[in-house]
Ligand binder design. Structure first.
Ligand code: TXA
Ligand code: MG
Length: 348
């Protein structure tokens, strides 16, 4: 298949947008930018389109998709009822990086929700995404636009690297602003539950809902605890080289990574180091990349997946990373990093 590449970095191209809508309405797939990561869109109400999404990504079909909408009214048409909490959350955070889980009605095919009776819904905060959703019929199922198991794409080039030739169109809207996937909040639980941490954090959700809890399945590295979001159980976001996180007071972390790097290089290994603007100069060996600055945590989330892909391209044998327990987004960033590391964390 020849993938159409639509450059909209300078603004929306009406003709190509119409083409994207036509592709979606006839069951095809279009990758598009959102404020979190790039999505791989297909018509959410078309069971065949959902199946194509799973096939293009190589994704297990028990892992449900998020339905993207551009208008709040669209939500009412695919769920059994709209609780007051959903209205309050939408008022506070939509359009934005938050996904709600509600009970679905029959308009949403089982293939979109991985057979579940609930549906994940989000209204992204991106003009290209909103236009494309409207052009494509109003309900766009979209997982992150990466090959399953690879880090999520934060640029159109990442999408191209994974899916060129496998989908109908890629819309380039430039690099994303947040870099980690939306917060998922489940409103079908008695106490609203966070199934995936993101930019909209626990405190922000509590400000609207009162009591909110974190899915206990996320905390434990124990096979007896299962996260409720099927996608959170996979070893996602994996770079090719094994990644180890080193956690502790900053000077000790730097010292430990320096010594691990020296050992590995002495044994002939190629080492990648994930540092920050504050610490990068402290490493004198290895391939050092700064992920961003600790004084502005969004710079860290924005570059996380891209850096993992860069180290894939460089063919390093191991990666060592500092921990990033930043105040607002630390939970979201560390959730992704720990998964990328397959839970390999050294405490110093
Ligand atoms: O920021 C985002 O949410 C991005 C952009 C493209 O919007 N999308 C995204 O989709 O991250 P994806 O498919 O990579 O992740 C969807 C997650 C998975 O962990 C899935 O298991 C969970 O949402 N999920 C979807 N529907 C669900 C449901 N009904 N109940 C529980 N978890 C659900
Ligand atoms: Mg994903």
């Amino acid at each position: 298949m020849k993938t159409i590449y639509a450059d909209m970095t300078a603004g929306i191209d009406r003709k190509l947008m119409q083409k994207a809508g036509d592709i979606l309405l006839s069951g095809g797939l279009v990758a598009f930018p959102t404020e979190t990561v790039y999505g791989l869109g297909g018509n959410a109400l078309d069971a065949e389109a959902s199946r194509k999404i799973y096939a293009a990504k190589g994704r297990p079909s028990d892992n449900p998709l998020i339905v993207h909408i551009a208008e709040f009214d669209a939500l009412e048409r695919i769920v059994t009822e709209v609780p007051q909490e959903a209205r309050d959350l939408a008022d506070a955070f939509w359009p934005g990086p938050m996904t709600m889980i509600l009970n679905k009605n029959d308009r949403v095919p089982a293939s979109t929700t991985g057979g579940l009776g609930t549906v994940a819904i989000r209204m992204p905060d991106n003009e290209i995404a909103a236009e494309m959703i409207r052009a494509g019929g109003g309900y766009i199922a979209a997982p992150s636009a990466n090959t399953s198991g690879r880090p999520s794409p934060t640029t159109a080039q990442h999408v191209k690297d994974d899916l060129d030739g496998k989908i109908d169109m890629i819309i380039d809207g430039g690099p994303v602003g947040i870099g980690v996937e939306s917060t998922i909040i489940d409103l079908t639980e008695k106490i609203p539950m966070i199934l995936r941490p993101g930019y909209i954090n626990m405190e922000m959700l509590r400000g609207v809902l009162g009591e909110v809890r974190m899915d206990p399945g996320l905390h434990f590295n124990d096979p007896n605890f299962h996260p409720k979001a099927p996608g959170m159980k996979y070893r996602h976001y994996a770079p090719k080289a094994p990644l180890t996180i080193v956690e502790g007071p900053q000077e000790r972390v730097v010292e430990a990574i320096r010594s691990l790097t020296a050992q590995k290089e002495a044994a002939g290994g190629k080492v990648g180091i994930i540092a920050t603007d504050e610490s990068a100069a402290a490493y004198d060996r290895g391939i050092v990349k700064s992920i961003g600055t600790r004084t502005e945590e969004i710079t860290i989330s924005m570059h996380l997946y891209g850096i993992l892909r860069d180290f894939d391209d460089l063919g390093v044998d191991v990666i060592y990373s500092e921990a990033f327990d930043t105040p607002r987004m630390g939970q979201a960033i560390m959730n992704r990093l720990i998964k990328a590391a397959g839970h390999q964390v050294i405490k110093v």
